[in-house]
Ligand binder design. Sequence first.
Ligand code: 2BA
Length: 107
Amino acid sequence: MKLVVAIVSGEDSSKVSGALTKEGFFVTKLATSGGFLAAGNTTFIVGTEDEKVPSLIEILKSNCSTRKQTKPSTGSLGLGMFSAAPIEVQLGGATVFVLDIEQFHKL
Ligand code: 2BA
């Protein structure tokens, strides 16, 4: 059994949630935010059998888009002057961690 932790953009969250549930995955959604952009994203926790992990990853791939986002930056140029050139980053589709589960209980 595996525990899949998938971080997806808030904009893709409901599509991913619907697709996973439709395919029979048991899903927990957490409202999270990224440390870098401090923008809202969603973290999905899914416990599933090893053989279902590839199909879960396919669902994430087909429901998460990559997008560009800019982060304002303020770097000091010295003498009290600051530059505010924005930094452009490419987001996602999804950041996925797959962990082995030692035990699973529903009590
Ligand atoms: P954020 O931390 O807000 O990062 C948003 C995007 O900013 C990242 O997209 C990446 O393109 C860029 N970025 C993040 N940290 C950076 C840094 N230190 N220097 C330069 N650029 C940086 P993604 O890689 O697609 O990540 C999307 C979100 O997934 C992240 O939001 C974070 O919440 C999560 N994430 C990504 N990698 C992670 C990891 N190794 N561990 C935990 N969470 C991760």
